[in-house]
Design a protein around this ligand. Structure first.
Ligand SMILES: C[S@@+](CC[C@H](N)C(=O)[O-])C[C@H]1O[C@@H](n2cnc3c(N)ncnc32)[C@H](O)[C@@H]1O
Length: 328
């Protein structure tokens, strides 16, 4: 019998594979059909996302890097006014290439004890565990592979120290505003009064700048989206024909919602895990939302979910902000 600890050659457990299959089949029955963007991140997806971060159109990484590299000293001073020493939990840490600058400063001033990177990608956690201690001597890294909330709960069982939770890279934008409120409220319930939360938000700006960021000329974002179909083919015994789906991003400047779709180029049947899904010609498959915020919306989200907005750090163009909230 397989157990939850038995890993496939793909690097996911049987339990994770079953959840993946269930979410894919359910999402494909919804109207409109959808896939969950958290499944973008297998080893190929991780590598493609790291390429996206270097695309000239993808301003988000450069803006947040400017904040974390240029203002790490001020951010740490501000953090220490609220809590002198804490454990750092990072939700969806990715390659931690931006958080690196904050980690370095926190270590320098002795403000951080242990770094708990959380990520649904096992590959990412293994990479961080291996590479970070060499780059930042003295850093204790305890990687947690799994879903945000489950792993935050696991971190709380390991340590009762005050916490700084970081959720960077505009990952909050992968929720609709209603889902973001639900998520932040649940986060607040997992934390103690005085704990800190730092979130990266992408701000509203010229609509074309936003749309271009999700439609890079080199086609990396397109490949990133199509890779999820390939992952389904490989891990769930699917037969998506990738050449029969086209990448189609949209941005609505009224709501701030940037959405990515894959559009079926013809009427076609796809088989996944023994089930058949029929696509009409030109039918959109919703892949991901990347919500853009105003400063007022950010403050309202913090207040409504039980946090006290403490400080906002901006890049020089004011295209992106990392905000610091404290649990009330
Ligand atoms: C957009 S990337 C951002 C990475 C990093 N925070 C940054 O700013 O560069 C999102 C990361 O979150 C992880 N992720 C997505 N959904 C997740 C979930 N539900 N639970 C845990 N990790 C998740 C992905 O594997 C990926 O590494």
């Amino acid at each position: 019998m397989r157990t939850a600890l038995a890993y496939h050659s793909t690097g996911i457990s049987e339990k994770q594979r079953l959840a993946f299959e269930k979410d894919v089949l359910e999402g494909l029955q919804e109207v409109p059909r959808r896939l969950h963007s958290k499944y973008f991140y297998d080893a190929t997806g991780d590598a493609l996302f790291q390429q996206i971060m270097h695309c000239p159109e993808y301003y988000l990484t450069r803006c947040e890097m400017e904040i974390l590299r240029g203002q790490a000293g001020q951010i740490v001073q501000s953090l220490q006014q609220h809590a002198p020493v804490f454990d750092l939990v990072e939700l969806g840490a990715g390659d931690a290439s931006k958080s690196f600058y904050l980690l370095k400063e926190l270590l320098r001033v002795g403000a951080m004890d242990t770094y708990f990177p959380i990520d649904i990608s096992r590959n990412i956690i293994a990479q961080l565990q291996q590479s970070l201690p060499a780059k930042l001597p003295g850093l204790t890294v305890q990687g947690l592979n799994g879903e945000y909330m489950d792993m935050l709960q696991a971190a709380r069982q390991i340590t009762g120290r005050p916490k700084l939770v970081m959720f960077m890279g505009s990952s909050i934008g992968n929720f609709t505003p209603a889902e973001a409120l639900q998520f932040c409220t649940r986060l607040r319930q997992q934390l103690q009064p005085g704990d800190l939360l730092m979130i990266g938000f992408d701000l509203r700006k010229n609509p074309q700048t936003i749309l271009d960021a999700y439609n890079d000329k080199a086609g990396i974002t397109r490949a990133f989206n199509l890779n999820l179909l390939e992952r389904i083919n490989r891990e769930l015994d699917g037969d998506f024909d990738l050449s029969q789906f086209t990448h189609f991003p949209t941005y609505d400047p009224l709501t701030g919602a940037c959405r990515s779709f894959l559009v079926s180029l013809k009427e076609q049947a796809v088989h996944i895990a023994g089930k058949t899904v029929r696509f009409a010609a030109n039918e959109p498959l919703f892949m991901e939302i990347s919500q853009k915020y105003t400063v007022e919306e950010i403050n309202e989200l913090g207040s409504r979910s039980g946090f006290k907005p403490a400080e906002m750090f901006y890049d020089s163009k004011r295209w992106f902000t990392d905000v610091l909230w404290q649990c009330r």
